[in-house]
Design a protein around this ligand. Sequence first.
Ligand SMILES: Nc1ncnc2c1ncn2[C@@H]1O[C@H](COP(=O)(O)OP(=O)(O)OP(=O)(O)O)[C@@H](O)[C@H]1O
Ligand SMILES: [Mg+2]
Length: 253
Amino acid sequence: MTHLIVSDVTLTFGGLDALSHVDITIEPGIITSIIGPNGAGKTSVLNCISGFYHPSQGTIRYGNRNLTHASPHQVSNIGIARAFQNLELFRGLSVLDNLLLARHQHLTYSIFHALIYFGKASRLEAENRAYVEKVIDFMELELYRKSMVGNLSYGIQKRVEVARALTLGPKLLLLDEPMAGMNIEEKEDIVRFILDLKKEWGITIVLVEHDLGVVMDISDQIYVLDFGVVIGSGKPKDVASDRTVIEAYIGEE
Ligand SMILES: Nc1ncnc2c1ncn2[C@@H]1O[C@H](COP(=O)(O)OP(=O)(O)OP(=O)(O)O)[C@@H](O)[C@H]1O
Ligand SMILES: [Mg+2]
């Protein structure tokens, strides 16, 4: 069971601290949500964890590995995948091709090696397809497998984005506003997927989400950011009654 520990992380852009001395512990097997007003630094935390940005100060550790200066590829190789706030899909390709490509790119290195032994490569290819099929089945995307992503509704595209991250077979999944712009039924579907990923797939979830109803409902642990600083953390009921947190949200309105 591996903990992800963000310790004293500061991230500076041109003299401005997007994150300031942030401490966050992601416990395995649970849903940890990161909430806060627009511009609070939620995506920046995910960017630091996934290797897209490197902290100016502090460390990020996953078990006994130091991820502070790891590349996105290294981070995904150790089992941390991310669904992006802005979709990272090829709009001109089908759902199936997007997912196969994502899994393929992730495994390029091992496939290259396996090519030396053709038998092994074709077995790997079959395994890849089987895994992608499992993801399509789980995310209930059968109906859209041949559809071009650019032609799908925004809600379904968001679902494909989560599926894309899942094809990497992560132990830890970072979700950046997976329900943004969705209607109630679409949100309920995503909530169900997230809960099943935790319970049935044993995946640790980090959720960035603006819908506080959903967050309070499904999170085991919550961190609240405001202006790059952690202003509160704990179980949903503790966070919901925290004065500083309430003020940060009222201040936003
Ligand atoms: N690449 C960048 N260059 C300069 N400033 C940045 C960059 N990325 C983020 N910031 C700044 O860092 C702060 C935190 O941004 P971030 O995107 O992490 O917020 P967020 O909590 O995800 O907001 P939202 O809810 O709107 O998605 C903001 O002030 C933002 O303008
Ligand atoms: Mg964001």
